[in-house]
Design a protein around this ligand. Structure first.
Ligand code: PLP
Length: 394
């Protein structure tokens, strides 16, 4: 473990927040695909779906161009639309709420648990009405939401569970991998995520549900192009519903296959870094370190500190500026849904309507966490945080 150096020394180069971890193997796989005669959805995409299904132990998987698209077609495939309500969390990326709007349903927010910042099942229970059709928990930062009570509520009220697992590859709840629990689980392979295909996503679920989602993901056509253009294919297809255009390309899938093979190593490095952070920051009164409950395995997508602002003379925004001045990038996850002007104005939401989300948002700051961080990068982050805390403590 690191002990902070005295006096503080600023690192030379700016430390980026979350660059992708791409090796020559990914580059070679992409180039090979580009040199092949099939670059969009085809054999590589099917292989990636198969490998991902096996990795998660999911029933079936559908590769897509984003997690946002995956969430959208999960709602569409379940027939959720106008007049329906979907309960989600204010502490998420805005697409979780946007897709509910896209299908014409109404997003209902339920406040978060202050320890994990995942949706609070008791708050969810209080928001269920006869119009509720689904619950959309988000496994914030890679810490699974409290799934048992959420699944129980879903059974009791006949609701679907659509999990936003953008951060939760791989994570476990009570020994079960995320991706095997709800009706649908959506993963993200965006550039910053634990596994990246630049842009991309994966939807897991039961085979018949995934088959329905597959139709929605490609124009509602009952045969995909790869099959149509292969030797056993036919020119004929039928459109059976007004689908979207959310398919993954073979270029992305080739990249994803290599990333999936490296994921175990990526996760081991993330856990090492987190162990250093937890040991270094756990003893500072000015900071609250992230929780890791005993019934879960954390995917550690994000390392989110919370500032104990009563111990500091600066705000969260100033804390971020001070770290930036020390060449350390940070981010904030997330600006709560109900504070964004569109949602605030459309639903008349006040900051205090979701008091835990609002209070915690004001003291959240995410530190760099990715497999490319060297031990000396990690020491630089720790030293910079210590220096800021020392300079501005009350
Ligand atoms: C990144 C992210 C998404 C969106 O993923 P895309 O693949 O970019 O669509 C959804 N939800 C959360 C919580 C995210 O962090």
């Amino acid at each position: 473990m690191f002990s902070p150096s005295q006096p503080f020394q600023k690192r030379d180069a700016f430390l980026p927040f979350s660059p992708p971890t791409i090796s020559e193997a990914e580059i070679a796989a992409v180039v090979e695909t580009l040199r092949s005669d099939w670059i969009t959805t085809g054999p590589q995409t099917r292989q990636f779906e198969q490998a991902f299904t096996e990795y998660i132990g999911a029933q079936a998987a559908l590769a897509l161009n984003s997690c946002t698209g995956a969430l959208h077609i999960a709602l569409a495939a379940l027939g959720i639309g106008a007049g329906d309500e979907v309960i989600t969390t204010p502490i998420t990326f805005v697409c979780s709420a946007n897709v509910i709007e896209h299908v014409g349903a109404t997003p209902i927010l339920a406040d978060v648990d202050p320890e994990t910042l995942t949706i609070d099942p008791q708050q969810v229970a209080a928001k269920i009405t006869p119009r509720t059709k689904a619950i959309m928990p988000v496994h914030f930062a890679g810490h699974p939401a409290e799934m048992r009570p959420l699944l129980d509520l879903a059974t009791q009220h006949q609701l679907a569970v659509i999990e936003d697992a953008a951060h939760a590859l791989p994570a476990k709840y009570e020994g079960q991998l995320i991706g095997t629990l709800g009706d649908f689980t959506a993963f993200s392979f965006y550039a910053t995520k634990n596994l990246t295909t630049a842009e991309g996503g994966m939807l897991t679920g039961a085979p018949e549900r995934i088959a329905e989602a597959r139709l929605w993901s490609l124009h509602g056509m009952n045969r995909d192009a790869w099959k149509r253009y292969s030797s056993e294919g036919s020119w004929y297809y039928e459109v059976v519903l007004p689908g979207f255009k959310y398919n993954m390309t073979d270029i992305q899938a080739a990249l994803g296959m290599v990333q999936l093979a490296r994921l175990t190593d990526f996760q081991a490095r993330r856990r090492e870094i987190v162990a250093h952070y937890q040991a270094a920051f756990g003893s500072l009164d000015a900071l609250q370190v992230p929780a890791e409950r005993t019934n879960i395995d954390h995917a550690w997508h994000l390392y989110t500190l919370r500032l104990n602002l009563d111990q500091l003379r600066i705000t969260r925004a100033q804390f971020i500026e001070e770290l930036k001045a020390r060449n350390i990038a940070t981010s904030v996850h997330f600006i709560p849904i109900h504070l964004h002007p569109y949602y605030r104005d459309r639903y008349g939401w006040q900051p205090e309507d979701f008091p835990t989300a609002y209070a915690e948002y004001q003291r959240l700051v995410s530190l760099p966490l990715h497999p490319r961080l060297s031990d000396s990068d990690v020491a630089d982050v720790i030293n910079a945080v210590y220096d800021v805390v020392a300079a501005f403590r009350r």
